[in-house]
Design a protein around this ligand. Structure first.
Ligand SMILES: [Zn+2]
Length: 213
């Protein structure tokens, strides 16, 4: 089964990918992780990763295609963080077609923007041990103090509301064309992303099973 996961930052894609990977026995392929790995041995990629610039479509596409040729993907895969542009989506489609394959499901975890802003801007990190809390979904017992070590909790610059809104803008611009692209191919499975991790996961499995795998 070949799956692509789409969804905004804060939608819990990584967690869902891991659960799916365990349940269906197929590898999760996380574009960001692969890039960071490659950056260790490839100066060109290292420069992109360190500067925070987007890696060009043909570069990331090449890296992902190479990964998809490994043996563990014979029964399928779960892609997270790729494709991120229409160009990448088309390239992936062509690549799979050239191998007589296709995507089975593009799982799109959809969450109202206001809920996301609230979730993401509620994240706090312990300045001492690095433990991650969320004032809404995973609050510390005592306000602004780490349960584990008693350290002070702070908010990362990335999680401030203005920055979160900008990140979501970028995400929306990137993702909307992909949603239409996959809708036309009849593989888009839109999943409401509100609620607990287990609830969202149950919805995903339901949709996958009901479409057959
Ligand atoms: Zn701590």
């Amino acid at each position: 089964m070949r799956i692509v996961l789409l969804g905004p930052p804060g939608a819990g894609k990584g967690t869902q990918a891991k659960l799916l990977s365990e349940q269906y026995g197929i590898p999760m392929i996380v574009a960001g992780d692969i890039l960071r790995e490659r950056a260790k041995v490839d100066e060109g990629i290292k420069r992109y990763v360190e500067s925070g610039r987007l890696v060009p479509d043909e570069v990331i596409t090449g890296i992902i295609e190479k990964r998809l040729e490994e043996d563990d993907t014979r029964e399928g895969f779960i892609l997270d963080g790729f494709p991120r542009s229409l160009e990448q989506a088309r390239a992936l489609q062509e690549y799979l077609e050239s191998r007589g394959q296709k995507l089975d499901h593009v799982v799109f975890i959809d969450i109202p923007e206001e809920l996301l802003v609230k979730r993401l801007s509620s994240r706090r990190i312990c300045e001492n041990c690095g433990a991650i809390y969320n004032l809404i979904t995973n609050p510390p017992a005592e306000d602004e103090r780490c349960d584990i070590c008693g350290g002070r909790l702070y908010q990362r610059e990335d999680d401030k509301e203005e920055v979160v809104r900008k990140r979501l803008e970028v995400y929306k611009k990137e993702t909307e064309p992909l949603v239409s692209f996959y809708e036309e191919l009849s593989v888009l499975r839109k999943i409401p992303g509100n609620g607990a991790v287990e609830e969202v996961y149950a919805r995903i499995v339901d949709v996958i099973e009901s479409h057959g795998n």
